[in-house]
Ligand binder design. Structure first.
Ligand code: URA
Length: 236
């Protein structure tokens, strides 16, 4: 149960004071009855709340996938550069943040949410959440180097990276699956085997795959199935 004004604020019907005004004007109904009291308690799972005649589904937390474009920074604020949060400003949610980071020149799947605990779990080093990257390389990847990457390489930390999966697509492009998220990890792994990443795109994270129909810079909400995806749920 929660207060009606909190309910309306959580679904972004308006600010606290706007919501109070809407209530006063009789624009909000609960189970068909006009309610004007902000402190009125609603059961967000059972009660039917409507605002200006439209039924509202209560969602405190929202989940989006963004096809991050090159040039945008994985931050909520930046004095110089376009941020991924700015790309999602039309959602009406001003509390979204990226689940982890992609480099400025990396493209692809970035989950955006206002659910801190989910983000925390997906990013926890102890959870070993799988991330799949498509990488184009400066030079052909030899079989022995492919194996080295799979077994673990030293990216300058004195310990080996965790076992990875490396699938060769062409001589100079790969799908790399890792379960860690160290700074510049993919670029550093390829560097460690004498190669260089010239293009990088994340295509999956935690069992959620980038929707191929999203153009660079576009986003959409995760579907119910995606939210319930085995891996995603496991991390909650
Ligand atoms: N590894 C990198 O090197 N860069 C990214 O953006 C993500 C993973």
């Amino acid at each position: 149960m929660l207060r009606l004004d909190k309910f309306l604020c959580d679904v972004k019907a308006g600010s606290r004071s706007q919501v109070k005004g809407y209530l006063k004007q009789g624009l909000v109904k609960v189970n068909g009855e006009t309610i004007k009291r902000p402190e009125y308690k609603v059961d967000e799972d059972k009660d039917v709340v409507s605002f200006q005649g439209k039924e509202i589904t209560y969602r405190k937390y929202v989940y989006y996938m963004l096809n991050k474009p090159k040039g945008a920074v994985s931050a909520t604020k930046d004095p110089m550069c376009l941020t991924v949060t700015e790309l999602l400003k039309d959602t009406g949610y001003d509390d979204l943040f990226p689940v982890g980071r992609l480099d400025k020149d990396t493209e692809g799947l970035l989950l955006m949410t206002n659910d801190g605990s989910l983000a925390h779990n997906l990013l926890s080093p102890r959870k070993h959440v799988e991330k799949i990257y498509y990488a184009r390389l400066a030079r052909p990847l030899l079989e022995e180097k492919r194996k080295e990457l799979e077994e673990g390489v030293d990216i300058g930390e004195g310990i080996l990276t965790l076992p990875a999966k490396v699938e060769r697509i062409t001589e100079t492009s790969i799908h790399l699956t890792i379960t860690e998220g160290k700074y510049h990890q993919v670029k550093r792994m390829l560097q460690a085997v004498g190669n260089e990443v010239v293009y990088l795109k994340r295509i999956a994270m935690g069992g959620i795959f980038l929707d191929e129909s999203l153009l660079s810079g576009e986003y959409r909400e995760l579907t119910e199935e995606e939210r319930k995806a085995a891996a995603f749920k496991k991390y909650q």
